[in-house]
Design a protein around this ligand. Structure first.
Ligand code: BES
Ligand code: ZN
Length: 455
């Protein structure tokens, strides 16, 4: 193993240069204008898989963005690891807040700065390079490897979920290795065993069939923005609980043991508030911050579009307004059922003077992976060795929609080996990734492959 780890160390600079090339491709899955960039990015990723020694590298077209696959299966009798990542990134707005252009990566201050640096190009690239290092030094891997890189994670993974159902044989494996989460804190090796699900809705409230003068008509006609604001304000009660009927019905209760484990992580509310720049924290009563983030469902309005938003003043009574509202879900909440309840409830809150339309944009289920598996043990050992500390086990508030399908369809445990930090500003201007985590991630990946090959 020393030879592999040394090779990785010696090539760190080259890998960072290659990562920069990857980061230059503006692979924003949500925006149709980037469709060609998505294909270009898939081609780049497939080239990297070939260079890393993968056989059968293929780009599978989908109704959405392409899926990149590669495999090396020349160790019969040895376990197979499926390594997952996503090459798509979130939109970059607001662009003016970036200190450096989002697709012009730079390394400064021990960090690599670009959209996708952490989420997820930087994080999955470590596995590509770790695999490559085995071939360069030992001419082989000690186990079988498959890669699956998708381009729709940030928009709900619809195509990959379908692909998975049709291609169970192709993706068959003993474990799925994923680096797309956060470490508990800087320098703290972390394995995550739970993710929240997500249900993303759009609520459109329509009043008059055209914009009206707010002086001539205000007072006589319902204002859709006012009515939407009233609806949104009714979606939580005074205890911070979501009021959608049956919302909490199937939420798995936290066991006493898990509550104790969360408590033992000793999160300081004060410090946390300071880090995110708020005066104090807020949320559902009766639960600690980590419980609220990791094991309780939430509802948030993510955006409102409507009325006059340019500079200055315009006296208008808008015809319509749209809100984007998402819910983070906990096993065993069913997003399909909750979408129906939400839709019915929101409509019931609106007065007759407006029309309300509720649409589902996408959804994914929450997941909790049992931590007693050889794969998770190998993951915990690998990150512990790479970072030189004892591994923490966490859940996370974010979502990776396909994980539940990996676990259920492939019957394989997922090892969530996060290398990012919550302070890396993913989805936000000035996203970055610690060079130190990239480097230690390379070692952790190689150590995992070695460790798991012996299980
Ligand atoms: N890498 C994140 C998920 C994540 C972030 C997990 C931080 C744990 C900690 C992933 O790329 C992501 O952003 N997922 C989306 C999924 C959604 C658009 C379906 C999310 O959570 O919003
Ligand atoms: Zn993301």
């Amino acid at each position: 193993m020393e030879i592999v780890l040394n090779y990785l160390k010696d090539n760190l600079e080259n890998y960072l240069e290659e990562l920069k090339e990857y980061l230059k491709i503006p692979s924003v899955s949500a925006l149709p204008a980037h469709k060609d960039d998505m294909l270009r990015c898939a081609e780049f990723a497939s080239k990297k898989l070939k260079d890393a020694g993968m056989n059968e590298v293929k780009i599978f077209p989908t109704e959405g963005h392409p899926i990149v696959y590669g495999e090396w299966l020349e160790k019969p009798g040895k376990p197979t690891v499926l390594i997952y990542g996503h090459y798509d990134v979130q939109p970059v707005d607001p662009l003016n807040l970036w200190k450096n252009p989002p697709f012009d990566p730079v390394i400064s201050d021990g960090k690599i700065w670009a959209r996708g640096a952490n989420d997820n190009k930087g994080q999955h690239f470590v596995h590509v390079k770790a695999v490559e290092a085995f071939f360069k030094t030992l001419n082989e891997l000690p186990l079988n490897v498959k890669f699956i890189l998708e381009g729709e994670e940030e928009v709900g993974s619809e195509s990959l979920v379908k692909f998975l159902k049709q291609q169970k044989e192709l993706l068959k494996c003993d474990t799925v290795l994923i680096s797309d989460t956060s470490m508990y804190a800087k320098g703290v090796p972390t394995i995550t065993y739970g993710l929240r699900g997500l249900l993303y809705m759009e609520v459109e409230v329509v009043g008059p069939d055209k914009d009206l003068h707010s002086g001539s008509f205000g007072g006589a006609v319902a204002n859709p923005i006012n009515e939407l604001a009233k609806i949104i304000s009714k979606l939580h009660d005074q205890n911070g609980r979501v009021t959608v009927p049956n919302f909490y019905k199937n939420v798995l209760k936290l066991s006493k043991k898990e509550r104790e484990n969360f408590k033992a992580l000793k999160l300081s509310d004060k410090q946390y508030a300071k880090e995110v720049g708020v005066k104090e924290l807020q949320g559902e009563k009766g639960f600690s911050t980590l419980e609220r983030l990791w094991a309780r469902p939430t509802l948030d309005c993510n955006g409102i579009i409507g009325g006059f938003t340019d500079e200055g003043a315009k006296t208008v009574l808008p015809s319509k307004v749209t809100a984007k509202i998402s819910m983070r879900l906990i096993p065993d909440q069913d997003p399909v059922k909750i979408a129906k309840e939400f839709s019915r409830y929101v409509k019931s809150l609106a007065p007759k003077s407006v029309k309300v339309d509720v649409r589902t944009l996408h959804y994914g289920y929450g997941v909790v992976v049992p931590i007693e598996s050889k794969a998770i043990a190998a993951g915990a050992t690998a990150v512990s060795k790479a970072f030189g500390k004892k591994t923490f086990f966490t859940r996370e508030g974010g979502s990776i929609p396909v994980v539940v399908d990996f676990v259920n369809q492939l019957k394989a445990p997922a090892v969530l080996m996060g290398l990012g930090l919550d302070s890396d500003d993913i989805h936000s201007p000035n996203e970055h990734f610690l060079v130190e985590n990239f480097e230690k991630g390379l070692y952790a990946s190689a150590l995992f492959i070695d460790e798991f090959s012996r299980s």
